[in-house]
Design a protein around this ligand. Structure first.
Ligand SMILES: Nc1nc2c(ncn2[C@@H]2O[C@H](COP(=O)(O)OP(=O)(O)OP(=O)(O)O)[C@@H](O)[C@H]2O)c(=O)[nH]1
Length: 774
């Protein structure tokens, strides 16, 4: 059991070396206000002058002091000389920061502590949290682990920051908070215990006072006639581990270099001769303190051993697992390289496939990934991008008018020509290309992202191999990007290459026309109703003596207003008559449901086939029956094929309604776009008609592109690379000459594994020792 403290010290050494503080090892932490005598107590316990001395702040870094008793056979072993006498090894000290140096002169130890303190904390009173680790091997010490901490200061001095008190308190709390630390609370006897900083701090972390031992220093400096018997006998302040009184060397003793042995003797005499302490002298003094601390620490370690053992056990498990995760270096040997490469490569490929298929074991619940993201791209991103395209994007009234005019050639525009529709709809279809290509790119980017997450932790051991796998798959994907984009591009070109106005879903000229008619009639009806209502209102208002209308316009007689109204109504009626006549004509000869396909073949009187009213039918079916349309008849006859002549649409031309064509004005029209702003009714109708035709046709194309692009992406990019990935990886990387390079382990990982291995060894070692000790 006596090996416990060396064991703890050994564990502490190892943990310090590997910079780990995973096990809260039992240790005694010395706490007290500044100049309360902490360092003096430590020196008396060690029986050596080795700590820095002076006024004010002296201890400025934590000092972790391990005392190793060499008399008990601890290292270094005593040697037997040639004459058979036992040569006891001299007392010595070692610092953790100077691993290859041993100190036999303790004056040197003091200097090294001063130098090392100044090196980290600076010259001027500032403190640092970084501990100094010192080990003292001596036959005069009991095995103990003590930590000397900076004293609690109130007022900043030198380079100390304004919050020095808070800093020191936090530093002390860090150490004493650990449940496995025993708090050595030092208080000077010549200051009221109620003001003891050490006891206040200890109570914060150990309210039941189970692991706090009180030390009263400076008993020799108490006012004559006063004593601390109450405290020392445990009556004044209850601590389970009690209070121990000590008398250290005074400043004057230190200045005259009073030897430790003399100081020790004086202390013993002090207690034995003191009238108040005489009876408890055997429970006082540094010697008793050292023994008590040793016992307390031993008991404490023994109490804590089961916990430490359990903790070690779980640490061994965790560390073992961590070590396994770094991979077994033995499998990178020549005999295993091929199979290891193949295994990692296959894992990478199957991860890639699984991520696409959504069968991956590590499916995220936080965000969409893999195949689900590709689906999201198709449905949401691509769908929304297509939906956001306006079928008549960038298509101004002027553009439509110009197209209509250009497509009629040198003759005045008689009907709305199909060629204008063709001309206008093709660039609109092109608008579907950028979102389609972007969809390909997004799917490609997603696949690249997927391949970056494949391979798992095993592969992180071999960064080169991992990078190579990603490179090969990225190459494969890039190779597929070109053909997929080309195909998608050609899908758009295909749509542009033939405008199928016969498509069953296409609204057609007739559909567009009747929609327009309906809209126009509704509009007219609304206008009529408004006018009628206002006329009635006016008439009613005229009959009343206090008519507001009359008041508003007292000079205008009612009869004149009525007369004006009837002029308007007459004009309206005439308009309506004309419109009705025109519509009758359209419905008889070129209306949506009366269009004969035979008219396409130049047979103006062919029977109504009853076939679907198509755009072409509508364009050419009706007008040829109109004998008062010589221009069309002429052109139709000239070519014998309506497709090849100016394709015109049955629309009453203003010139035929009696309006003369002003050529100068028309020329202006073509050069001055502002002239377009004033469209007449017919032009407005034409423009609207073309727009609704374009929208209808565009929507059909959009629908089929929305359907075809994802299919193309899946076939040419996703499924292709999914199928090809394994073969491509094997063909590119499964080559004997590459194995060495591919299986180069990551340097950091090797270091981590070595560290992990060392840690595991320490844990295992400690576990065995504890097991044997218990
Ligand atoms: N007479 C007498 N003087 C003591 C006793 N203990 C400590 N001193 C003196 O008190 C002063 C401070 O003692 P230290 O041991 O340096 O106190 P500390 O708590 O380590 O101080 P810091 O490390 O600066 O916080 C020194 O001059 C000691 O000689 C004691 O029991 N009796």
């Amino acid at each position: 059991m006596n090996d416990l403290i060396p064991l703890v010290n050994k564990l502490q050494d190892v943990f310090n070396t590997i910079g780990s503080d995973q096990i809260d090892l039992p240790q005694i932490v010395v706490v007290g206000s500044q100049s309360s005598g902490k360092s003096s107590v430590l020196e008396t316990i060690v029986q050596k002058d080795f700590l820095p001395r002076g006024n004010g702040v002296v201890t400025r870094r934590p000092l972790v002091l391990q005392l190793v008793n060499t008399h008990l056979g601890s290292m270094p072993p005593s040697s037997v000389s040639s004459d058979g006498t036992l040569n006891e090894a001299p007392d010595r000290a070692e610092f953790l920061h100077l691993p290859n140096k041993q100190f036999f002169d303790f004056e040197e130890v003091r200097k090294e502590i001063e130098t090392e303190t100044a090196r980290v904390a600076g010259q001027n009173k500032a403190i640092s949290r970084t501990p100094i680790h010192l080990k003292i091997f001596s036959k005069n010490v009991l095995n103990l682990t003590l930590v000397d901490l900076p004293g609690v200061t109130k007022i900043p001095v030198g380079d100390q920051p304004t919050d020095i008190e808070k800093q020191t308190r936090n530093l002390i709390l860090d150490y004493i908070l650990k449940p496995n630390s025993v708090i050595l609370a030092v208080s000077p006897a010549n200051v009221d215990l109620a003001n003891s900083d050490s006891l206040k701090l200890a109570r914060q972390v150990d309210p039941e006072a189970k692991r706090t031992i009180g030390v009263l220093t400076k008993l020799d400096l108490m006012d004559a006639g006063t004593n601390s018997l109450d405290i020392l006998s445990g009556r004044a302040y209850p601590l389970k581990l009690g209070f121990i009184g000590v008398v250290n060397r005074s400043q004057a003793d230190i200045q005259v270099n009073k030897p430790m042995a003399d100081a020790f003797k004086s202390e013993t005499e002090f207690f034995q001769n003191h009238p108040a302490y005489r009876a408890i002298a055997h429970r006082c003094g540094t010697n008793f303190l050292a023994k008590t601390l040793n016992t307390i620490l031993m008991n404490h370690i023994r109490d804590k051993l089961p916990d430490i053992k359990a903790k070690l056990n779980s640490l061994i498990g965790q560390t073992q697992q961590e070590l396994t995760s770094y991979g077994d270096p033995t499998f990178t040997g020549k005999a295993h390289r091929g199979s290891l490469i193949l295994q990692l490569l296959t894992k990478f490929a199957s991860d890639f496939v699984a991520a696409i298929d959504g069968t991956s074991a590590e499916i995220s619940t936080k965000e969409l990934c893999g195949g689900a993201r590709i689906y999201y791209i198709f449905n949401n991103v691509f769908g929304a991008a297509l939906d956001s395209v306006n079928p008549c994007e960038n298509l101004s009234v002027q553009d439509i008018r110009t197209a209509i005019r250009n497509s009629t050639g040198p003759r005045p525009s008689l009907f709305v020509p199909e060629i204008a529709f063709d001309l206008l709809v093709k660039p609109q279809i092109k608008l579907l290309e950028p979102p389609s290509l972007r969809c390909v790119e997004l799917a490609y980017e997603e696949l690249v992202k997927i391949c970056h997450n494949c391979g798992g932790k095993d592969l992180s051991r071999f960064p080169r191999f991992h990078a190579k796998l990603i490179e090969v798959v990225s190459d494969l994907l890039r190779e597929r990007l070109g053909p997929t984009s080309d195909y998608v591009e050609s899908l758009i070109s295909i749509q542009r290459s033939y405008i199928n106005t016969n498509h069953p879903d296409f609204i057609g000229g007739g559909g567009a026309m009747s929609a327009l008619e309906r809209a126009s009639q509704k509009k007219k009806k609304d206008v009529d109703r408004t006018r009628r209502l206002s006329a009635v209102n006016m008439a009613l208002a005229g009959n009343g003596s206090d008519s507001p209308a009359r008041e508003e316009n007292p000079e205008k007689p009612l009869s004149s207003a009525m007369a004006n109204l009837s002029v308007h109504q007459a004009a309206e009626r005439a308009d309506r008559e004309r419109e009705r006549e025109r519509l009758n004509h359209v419905s008889q000869h070129g209306g949506p449901n009366n269009v004969s396909t035979s008219s396409v073949n130049g047979s103006p009187h062919g029977p109504n086939s009853g076939s679907k009213d198509t755009f072409m039918n509508y364009f050419f079916g009706g007008q040829q029956q109109r004998n008062d349309r010589p221009i069309l008849q002429e052109s139709a006859h000239r070519s014998g094929n309506v497709h090849n002549v100016a394709k015109e649409m049955v629309m009453p031309k203003t010139v035929l309604d009696g309006e003369p064509l002003d050529f100068d004005k028309k020329l202006d029209y073509m050069t001055d776009s502002e002239e377009f702003s004033g469209l007449n009714e017919r032009e407005d109708m034409e423009t609207q008609l073309i727009r609704s035709l374009i929208t209808s046709y565009f929507n059909i194309t959009r629908k089929s592109i929305q359907d075809l692009v994802p299919k193309a992406v899946m076939h040419l990019l996703v499924n292709y690379s999914r199928e090809a990935v394994q073969n491509r990886l094997v063909a590119t990387l499964y080559k004997e000459e590459l194995f060495n390079d591919l299986l180069q382990e990551d340097d950091n990982l090797c270091a981590e594994r070595a560290k992990c291995k060392a840690m595991l060894d320490v844990f295992k070692n400690a576990f065995t020792i504890i097991n044997e000790a218990m």
